[in-house]
Write a protein of this length. Structure first.
Lengths: 282, 402
């Protein structure tokens, strides 16, 4: 019995090793850097370690950026799941022989660089871009609507980008649902809507949670989309970190913000999983 | 001059193709890091394989032959034997078509010419001390800083006789007296540009960028020295000030402006060409390319003054091919090569001898080649050393704040 457990435990080693080397160690490095200060040329000085950068991070100056990050990530997650659920449901229930092909089509955009796809959105949303061109051509508007450099553009771009992340876990969860349970509900005089709300949705909740996490967490860290599609006012915490590393060359402060972002994400994720596991999955 | 006749056709067609390709010199393509890193890995791997380092032959004789005026093309005598390879790191689309091929043909050196996606990528890479590159193009204001960090080495001026071609004001710029560590490459001005079809009045002052009538239709450069420079000039201060009170006033002014802006970007070309911005903080030579796509755009050096700067070729400290690098720098200072570069990219060079070969349309274009009166109004950005932190810290607060 214990030999089996040791053998099973050894299968964890590669995963744990990867986690330690590529996650725990860099996290430790970031934390150490965040305790330091920058030198005059943008290097890192570690001779005077302290928590000053964390105190600076809590200044009210940065509150709007945190709120922006949370807002965009939350909206992106909600819209992604709202769009992804019907797609995943359809593929699972009605995909038939073509399920695999449909899933490949969902993942196909990832074969193109994220940045290039975001640039494509710029072309679509610009004042002289595709959308405005069509609207003006049809006579619906006289002057171009400002679509690019707005909150709308950022949420649109992020939702588009993270949609496959939402579709796949939802698909897995929906696919595992036993259709006879839904049939049983219908037999008991439940309408389609009631059956969905009381049977399908609760049973696929793990998939919804996974999709939510897989969308929310990367969305919090996305600095590309707000940078390219956003404007002067759409600054997120990720963009501030990027500015600190590249332009302001204040690596310790950037590391402090990054570390705070990671820690709050981990705490939030673990907490959410704990609560929902208890209440939803049982 | 037969060479002159065969040169690229004047501004129109060139600028059009450039505008369509979108000159990326000042564009913040940070995220194409994957492509950039891939491309940049090559010289590192190749360098590991070992480039042949030729031992320099006897140092060539001092002095350029005869004439004291600028000579269009001079070579060090006796011509030293360059190494077999050269690694150059530059912005994209920032060199003429023939500059590298003519150099390769002349000296038999194989040149690996890589692009960096953003200036910050380049500074980060060379800060390691062994980037694998020999020559790169630094903004003039950064040269003293690089020197202080031992990232660049002194030039052997004997190998660069073409330096006499430089205009008199470039023989000893403030950032590098005597051009001991760098050679000027191109210079540029910063002001603003606006679409005369959308904004029918005549704009002449920096105050235009703070005008609430153009709310949501303005863009500022995503560059803290430039942005603070604009605010400081408007307040009547030096763009190189380190006075905290003056900088705080500039920050307050920029914070006032922020809600009126559509975006901060280094893609001034894109934002003006597409019409996303009717009024934008812009680099003069970039506007040259916007005009090809949108002729109603006009560049202005504001009455309060603007900024001028330059890029310089530097020889990196760990360069494995210093002779080839010096010959390359010399080649770029050749009058005809410099003129061909200017004609192709639309930036003005510091090369006096090159003027006779430069396309007259460019020489007469005030956005690329402002006259002396305009240039005198401009301030040059200087290296601020550790005081740069004052700007960077306020920039973070500006960008992060509401």
């Amino acid at each position: 019995m214990s030999r089996d457990r040791t053998r099973d435990a050894t299968f964890l080693v590669p995963g744990l090793a990867w986690l330690v080397v590529f996650f725990a160690v860099p996290l430790a490095i970031i934390f150490v850097v965040s305790l330091g200060t920058r030198d005059q040329y943008g290097g890192v000085l570690l001779d005077d370690l302290g928590l000053r950068n964390y105190l600076r991070a809590l200044e009210p100056d940065f509150l709007p950026t945190v709120v922006n990050s949370l807002r965009y990530s939350a909206l992106t997650t909600i819209f992604s799941i709202a769009i992804a659920y019907p797609i995943a449901y359809w593929i699972s229930r009605y995909g038939g022989r073509r399920k695999t092909l449909l899933l490949i089509l969902v993942m196909l955009p990832f074969w193109t660089s994220w940045v290039i796809r975001t640039y494509a959105w710029m072309t679509i949303l610009r004042d002289n871009g595709v959308v405005n061109g069509i609207l003006e051509g049809l006579g619906i508007i006289d002057a171009p609507i400002a679509l690019l450099n707005t909150d709308l553009a950022v949420v649109l771009g992020m939702t588009y980008g993270f949609l496959p992340f939402a579709i796949l876990p939802l698909y897995v969860s929906i696919d595992r649902l036993d259709p006879s349970l839904v049939a049983a509900a219908r037999d008991l005089y439940a309408s389609g809507r009631v059956a969905f709300w009381h049977v399908t949705l609760p049973l696929t909740m793990p998939g919804v949670i996974a999709a939510a996490l897989l969308t929310f967490i990367p969305a919090m860290g996305d600095f590309v989309t707000p940078d390219l599609l956003g404007g002067a006012q759409t600054i997120t915490i990720a963009k501030v970190i990027q500015t600190l590393f590249l332009s302001s060359k204040d690596w310790p402060f950037g590391s402090a913000l990054g570390f705070l972002l990671i820690v709050t994400t981990i705490v939030g994720t673990v907490g959410t999983l704990r609560i929902l596991r208890r209440e939803v999955i049982g | 001059m037969s060479d002159h006749d065969r040169m690229p056709h004047p501004a129109g067609t060139l600028a059009r193709s450039l505008a369509e390709e979108r000159l990326t010199r000042r564009r913040f393509l940070g995220r194409i890091a994957a492509l950039g890193a891939g491309g940049a890995m090559m010289p590192l791997l190749a360098a590991c394989g070992g480039g042949a380092t030729a031992s320099p032959t006897a140092t060539p004789a001092v002095g350029t032959p005869g004439p004291s005026g600028p000579t269009p093309s001079a070579e060090p005598t006796p011509t030293p034997t360059p190494e077999a390879e050269l690694y150059v790191y530059n912005y994209a689309d920032y060199i003429g078509e023939e500059a590298i091929p003519s150099f390769e043909a002349k000296y038999g050196v194989k040149v690996t010419y890589d692009f960096f996606d953003t200036y910050e990528t380049m500074t980060a890479k060379i800060a390691t001390g062994n980037s694998g590159y020999d020559v790169t193009f630094a903004t003039g204001v950064d040269v003293p800083g690089f020197l202080a960090r031992d990232l660049v080495q002194p030039l052997d001026l004997n190998l660069i006789p073409n330096r006499v071609n430089l205009g008199s004001e470039w023989q000893s710029p403030a950032y590098d007296p005597g051009n001991a560590h760098s050679m000027p490459y191109m210079w540029w001005t910063t002001g603003f540009a606006y679409d005369t079809e959308k904004i029918t009045e005549d704009l002449t002052s920096w105050a235009a960028l703070w005008d609430a009538r153009w709310k949501g239709k303005m863009a500022m450069l995503d560059d803290y020295r430039e942005a603070f420079g604009a605010a400081l000039i408007r307040l009547g201060h030096s763009v190189n000030t380190t006075n905290d009170a003056e900088l705080d006033a500039a920050l307050a002014l920029l914070q006032e402006q922020k809600p009126l802006l559509r975006t901060y970007t280094t893609d001034d070309i894109g934002v003006l060409s597409s019409g996303d911005a009717w009024l934008a903080h812009a680099w003069g030579s970039d506007v040259y390319q916007v005009v090809a796509e949108r002729p109603s755009v006009k560049y202005v050096i504001p009455e309060e003054g603007g900024i001028r700067g330059s890029d310089a070729m530097v020889l990196l400290a760990g360069a494995k091919h210093p002779i080839a690098a010096s010959l390359f720098i010399n080649h770029m200072l050749d009058a005809q090569v410099s003129a061909a570069n200017t004609n192709y990219i639309g930036y003005m060079g510091p090369n006096q001898a090159a003027r006779e070969f430069i396309d007259p349309a460019i020489l007469d274009d005030p956005t690329v080649n402002p006259d002396k009166a305009a240039v005198d109004k401009l301030q040059e950005l200087l290296d601020l050393g550790p005081d740069l932190q004052k700007y960077q810290e306020r920039w973070t607060r500006l960008r992060a704040g509401a």
